[in-house]
Design a protein around this ligand. Sequence first.
Ligand SMILES: *[C@@H]1O[C@H](CO)[C@@H](O)[C@H](O)[C@H]1NC(C)=O
Ligand SMILES: *[C@@H]1O[C@H](CO)[C@@H](O)[C@H](O)[C@H]1NC(C)=O
Ligand SMILES: *[C@@H]1O[C@H](CO)[C@@H](O)[C@H](O)[C@H]1NC(C)=O
Ligand SMILES: *[C@@H]1O[C@H](CO)[C@@H](O)[C@H](O)[C@H]1NC(C)=O
Ligand SMILES: *[C@@H]1O[C@H](CO)[C@@H](O)[C@H](O)[C@H]1NC(C)=O
Length: 745
Amino acid sequence: MVSSIIISTAVVVVTITSTMMIMLFPLANAISSPSSSTDEAEALRSTGWWNSTSAHCDWDGVSCNDAGKVTRIALYGSGKELGELSKLAFSSFPSLVELWLDDCGLNGSIPHQIGTLTQLTYLSLSINNLTGELPLSLANLTQLEVLSFYSNRLHGSILPAIGKMKNLTVLDLGNNNLTGVIPSSLGNLTTLTSLYLDGNQISGFIPSQIEKMKNLKSFYLFYNGLHGPIPPEIGKLKNLNYLFLDYNNLTSVMPSSFGNLTNLIYLYLDSNQISGFIPPQIGKMKNLKFLSLSSNRLHGPIPLEIGKLKNLEVLYLSYNRLHGPIPPKIGNMKKLIFLNLGNNNLTGVIPSSLGNLTNLDSLTLRGNQINGFIPPEIGYLLNLSYLDLSENQINGFIPEEIVNLKKLGHLDMSNNLISEKIPSQLGNLKEVEYFNLSYNNLSGTIPHSISNNYMWTSIDLSHNQLEGQSTTPHEAFDHDKGLCGGIKGLSHCKKRHQIILIVVISLYATLLLLVTILGFLFHKQKIRKNQLSKTTKAKNGDLFSIWDYDGTIAYDDIIQATEDFDIKYCIGTGGYESVYKAQLPSGKVVALKKLHSWEREDPTYLKSFENEVQMLSTIQHRNIVKLHGFCLHNKCMFLVYKYMEKGSLYCMLRDEVEAVELDWIKRVNAVKSIASALSYMHHDCVMPIIHRDISSNNILLDSKLKACVSDFGTARLLDPDSSNQTLLVGTYGYIAPGKLNYTLH
Ligand SMILES: *[C@@H]1O[C@H](CO)[C@@H](O)[C@H](O)[C@H]1NC(C)=O
Ligand SMILES: *[C@@H]1O[C@H](CO)[C@@H](O)[C@H](O)[C@H]1NC(C)=O
Ligand SMILES: *[C@@H]1O[C@H](CO)[C@@H](O)[C@H](O)[C@H]1NC(C)=O
Ligand SMILES: *[C@@H]1O[C@H](CO)[C@@H](O)[C@H](O)[C@H]1NC(C)=O
Ligand SMILES: *[C@@H]1O[C@H](CO)[C@@H](O)[C@H](O)[C@H]1NC(C)=O
């Protein structure tokens, strides 16, 4: 069961770090030394990090050996702001074996005196604001087993002398500003199991000496400026489980020696400039679950051998130059959950064997030259929530079987040659949030099930030969005239003649934000004047807009429904906001997140609110909480969401009765949903969105226990082209040392 859980990279990475943290606290060894115990007490006291009057060996985070010498200092995640690391007089602690000062608000540089701690086996200073270069004296710490400076602002290059730390098992320098090359001496670290250098600006080649690190299980090099080829010697690292080389400038071809990595679970090579064919040896990587080769220059056909990867759950080959047909053998990969072959040059038909992939959640074939019919077998993909077949030359008709796909949230078949009628029951798909059949040759009438479907937020049937029920196709699908409820301001939208809606909330909201928040005071003509006038823009530049698909949410309704945010409607309070439940006159229930009045003056909270609006208005996914509108005005500052009946996963798990209701199957489903949302954010958005604070608090459940990611206050758009400057945010314990944390300014 566990193995069937699909977990996104991020989630896995989180697990790795937390397990690492938990596992690596063996008891301190007793080591005696000449310096006196009172010296040590004095040295500890003078840091100002403790204010206790008891014996120093009893202080929080301090451990001593039998001789009363300090062997361990561990203040990780204490939430303290310890300030300069140099306050700790390192030379006073000759017996120190472990130093854990992660997430302690440390700043300044790492003092060279750290080299006097020659007994040190664990040195972890991750998640701080340390600056400067790595001190040369680090080379004296030859006993080190764990060295972690993850997520600081260190610069300079990686010291070749690190190659002398013969006992090192974990080396984590990820998420800093390190430059220079990877020293070949790292190959001497033959006991290393985890090497994390991701999120730096390391350039140069990957040294072939890495082949000596035979114990390596995790190798993270993503988000750097590495170039040159991937050394074929990598094939000798037989123990590798995780290999992330994505987001670099790697060139040349994929070495066929990858086939030897039979223990590999994750292989991410995307966003490089790798060319050549996908080697058929890839079929030997039997344990592979995640394979991402997208955004490279791969050409040639998709090798048939790929069908041997029976454990594969994620296959991304998009944005390459692959041609030839989709191998029907893909239908053998029964565990596939995400399949993206989009934006290549694939030809031929959609193999009917895809109908075997009953675990599939997301299928993207867009932007190829696929022709032929949509196989009716597609109706077997009962778990499909995302289907994008757009921009191909698919002809024939839409098979009736598609109405079986009850979980479908995103359906895009636009820009093809699909003809005949739209299946009459298609509108009964309840989860659909994006529906695009435009630019085809569809004819007949628009089924009632669709024209009545106000649950759907985005419908585009334009550029077909459909007979509108009350208007000519041209009028009905004109983006301006058809827009009914795109942005509502305070107005109520009349359901005119059941005109098919082309409601492009996200587009308009983005536009609105560009127009207002970003301070551009001109308006696109597309937005009709009377709509704009409803968007009240106060003198001080504050912004108010509430919109919804059917235009039934109005500001006054919200104030009335909550009796002006009376406490009795409050269903939760956070650090700086409260959440209210409001039942609107239409019967619709929404959740309102309102900033506490005393926090309103603080620009960081305002920014977080604005950020949330910006993020949520650009994305739509069935596992991302739905934003209906917002008010950003100095008198009232709130966001309007879909109401999630069951509240947060955190609360649900804490409640004994509810935790039982959330049985194992449901938990697995929740994990899958979140993975699906993260995958969408990381791979399917125009610019990847990094949430940066995934925790059980931020996962909400609706009445059917469908899980949604919420709280995008700290989320960031990722622009892979800009130079990266990293910043850490998030809930401690859930922060991933991986892809979640990167912010690029
Ligand atoms: C000592 O520090 C703790 C927290 O670090 C604080 O709560 C407490 O008030 C302090 N006591 C004194 C006497 O300063
Ligand atoms: C590191 O070791 C060398 C040689 O043992 C010594 O000369 C040097 O002072 C040490 N550095 C520090 C900072 O202790
Ligand atoms: C360490 O690595 C370097 C460079 O690869 C090499 O020249 C040196 O001999 C190695 N040292 C040891 C002790 O293996
Ligand atoms: C796709 O194939 C067509 C013709 O087969 C060719 O003209 C085009 O350049 C190819 N596109 C890419 C991106 O390779
Ligand atoms: C529907 O697809 C067409 C063509 O791919 C695109 O131009 C249009 O913007 C899409 N409509 C919506 C509402 O996204």
